[in-house]
Design a protein. Sequence first.
Length: 260
Amino acid sequence: MEDVLTVRRWRRYGADRLYVTQGSGARVGSVDLQSGEVVADDPQHEVGLRRAAQAYLRADVTELAMSLPTAGVGALDPVDESALQAWLGGDDWDSTGLAGIRGERGSSLRTRLERMGDAGWQVVHDVPLGRQGSMVEHLLIGPAGIFTVAERRHPGQRIVVEGRTLEVDGRSMSYLRDARLEATRVQGALLAAACAAVTVRGVVVVHGDLEVRTVQPQHDAFAIARQHVQTVFRALPVRLDPARIMAVAHVARQRATWSR
């Protein structure tokens, strides 16, 4: 029986992504429509993932179902590749197409977070929070504690954090407030899943000219520039031991934790 790919678009908290699943419900991967990052859970399905994204954008529908291409089939036709690249745009795209995307993964936020594994950090991506379609971009668990991490792109724009507010070119944005709410929901879900005495802090990673005028309180949400992600997290005070980190990460990777 021919498998089917389902494509759904998710737009919240400033993010805009396509999520692709198989008919069985298994994830195929995602396409970030802001940064252009393509993430295939299985490399053999990357061509299918990209074809599904292209078909979805062409169709202009809420949800799209299509047949899963056979593994090993060649890349997109040049016209389709160019069309998808033009739609996604963004400063993370390279004129060399697919090879350019793969090269840029080395500097993506996802990769920067994963590289902290050597310092005892665990990261869970695309956490489905609740039954209303909310998604936590990254859940970071490590020596300094537990953090929800969201990425916001404003290349070339001036971003100022003062008190509990964040402004982009003088316009107030809700990013920090959203991060606080998201962290509170994640903390509640972990507590309900028997992770006692956990505290979750929201983090907004920004692309742009960031100026932090006041240091945020210890448990409040905060913003950092993408290029400083590893430096900031590695420098935070140690709060969790390795056994605790592994235990919380195990709970965080269970789908039942987030479906309550």
